[in-house]
Design a protein around this ligand. Structure first.
Ligand code: AHR
Length: 515
């Protein structure tokens, strides 16, 4: 049966700018994300520049990726940057104890990462080692990256072949310090974050945006402790000013996991109940974002401190026969719909959320790209990032439903019965046009959608739709376009009301010019 939903968008009341950085990415030394994904080495038969895969760069450039987080994740807190600079054959090796216990040869290091960012046109987001590194190491890494004169670290960078300092804005202070990043209590980490923040200096005109490592999921207390730690500097007004100390933003991580940790479920073999359970978990992002934002509002009503979700995405069981430590999973239409729901939430919270990073870009968890030797496949999630890229730096538009969203019965990850709202949407405006994103999560039924676009005259709508006959549909080298965007037929604009029928389990974007 077809259901219907009516929404209202006030085009003449634009809200906060949706930071383009909520479309950020994450590349960790984990499984085949860096090695085999981004980096194949200069001697590879796969076309590359300085070892970086050119097909990957071309595919990612089409997403306008704004920033790339590196080197972890958990890996960041055991990474010693000096091991990854200088002649490759002289770089020491180490054990990547978090991810597969494999030996890391450090052939991809600081210079390779910065070259990758330049090729992608993305800003670097570098995470310093707080868990097992020293304050001095972090301080010297910033100096190495960003200082222009003949200071010791700037001289070392030159000796390693790079004259000009790089620009580095986003600077992470460790990762998951409550877990793999050091097993700390919030109070202990808050003090460390302040210290690492102070010694991570601004050199010349390079101004760091320091991001303290934050909570897991709905651990609002962690956010509160960090906000309190900042409180001593917030009052003085120095927090965002040049030459400030401590940190300017707080992160948190939220993964969509449909089952218990020991048995998260298969990425491709799932029934409708498991699909709905996944979507219940995905839709929690709205509530969790609101929760962290509310804690921050209490200490910082002026919203000077940024909220950063620097890891998000689906986390399923690894593909059978693959290394459990490599977190390699297939990516289906279900993953694409998870992405659509997350972006709607990000757009709704544009006034506080300054950055988000999908985990991870290639071959790990909810990837944009899967590689197998020289083969490269764009996943359904990739297409959502591409279809939605027009929201980057656009002003968020308020969208309200006239009545509750249609819903289906579902269970959550603990087996509790609940309701899943099956319609999700968001809208923005930029460069003389309005962009609307629409998702129908219903596994079986199409949805008639009416969006009353008030307060502006709009031209003919054009749109694209992403769907497939099966929720588990995915792309492979043999069938690379099993899930790919198609023109969205049947769109109508009548008296300022946009009408469309969303097929079951589909994501769509609709663009309308402002007249
Ligand atoms: O993205 C994989 C891992 O998940 C990251 O290394 C860690 O921060 C998180 O637990």
């Amino acid at each position: 049966a077809t259901t219907a939903v009516r929404a209202v968008v006030d085009v003449d009341l634009p809200g906060a700018v949706i930071s383009r950085h909520v479309y950020g990415h994450f590349a960790e030394h984990l499984g085949r994300c860096i090695y085999g994904g981004f980096f194949v080495g200069e001697d590879s038969d796969i076309p590359n520049a300085g070892g970086i895969r050119l097909d990957v760069v071309e595919a990612l450039r089409a997403l306008d990726i704004p920033n790339l987080r590196w080197p972890g994740g958990c890996f960041a807190d055991e990474y010693h940057w000096r091991d990854g600079v200088g002649p490759r054959e002289q770089r020491p090796r180490m054990v990547n104890s978090h991810w597969g216990d494999v030996v890391e040869d450090n052939s991809f290091g600081t210079h390779e990462f910065m070259a990758l960012c330049e090729m992608l046109g993305a800003e670097p987001y570098v995470s310093a080692n707080v868990g097992s590194g020293t304050v001095r190491e972090a301080s010297e890494w910033v100096e190495y990256l960003t200082r222009a004169d003949d200071s010791p670290m700037a001289a070392l960078r030159r000796a390693n072949g790079r004259d000009e300092p790089w620009k580095v804005r986003f600077w992470g202070l460790g990762n998951e310090p409550w877990g793999c990043g050091g097993g700390m209590h919030a109070e202990a980490y808050a003090d460390l974050a302040r210290t690492f923040g102070v010694y991570s200096r601004d050199h010349g005109d390079n101004q760091l945006y320091r991001i303290a490592a934050g909570a897991s999921d709905a651990d609002y207390r962690w956010t509160q402790v960090l906000m309190k730690a900042l409180g001593r500097t917030l009052g003085s007004g120095e927090v965002l000013g040049h030459g400030n100390s401590t940190f300017q933003a707080i992160s948190f991580h939220y993964y969509t996991v449909p089952g218990p940790w020991e048995s998260k479920g298969s990425a491709t073999a799932f029934d409708t109940d498991e699909y709905y359970r996944t979507m219940v978990a995905a839709r929690r992002i709205e509530e969790i974002l609101a929760g962290h934002a509310a804690v921050m509002d209490a200490y910082d009503p002026g919203r000077r401190v940024g909220l950063v979700l620097d890891e998000w995405g689906t986390w399923f069981d690894v593909e059978p026969g693959t290394n459990p430590g490599f977190l390699f999973q297939q990516n289906t239409l279900r993953d694409a719909l998870v992405a659509g729901v997350h972006f709607d939430a990000f757009h709704h919270h544009a006034d506080r959320l300054v950055m988000a990073n999908i985990a991870q870009t290639i071959n790990v968890l909810q990837a944009m790209i899967l590689t197998d030797g020289e083969a490269l496949v764009l996943t359904p999630s990739y297409h959502v990032f591409e279809m939605n890229k027009g929201h980057q730096d656009a002003r968020s538009l308020p969208l309200a439903l006239r009545a509750a969203s249609p819903a289906v019965g579902a269970t959550d990850a603990t087996g509790r019965r609940t309701e899943l709202a099956t319609f999700s949407a968001s809208a923005s405006t930029r460069d003389g046009r309005v962009l609307v994103s629409l998702t129908n999560l219903d596994a079986d039924n199409p949805l008639d959608v009416e969006v009353d676009l008030r307060g502006a005259r709009l031209g003919e709508p054009t749109g694209r739709i992403l769907t497939a006959p099966a929720l588990a549909a995915h792309n492979t080298p043999a069938e690379p376009a099993a899930v790919a965007p198609q023109p969205f037929a049947g769109l109508r604009l009548e008296g300022g009301v946009l009408r469309a029928q969303l097929p079951a389990h589909s994501f769509a974007t609709v663009e309308l010019p402002l007249l």
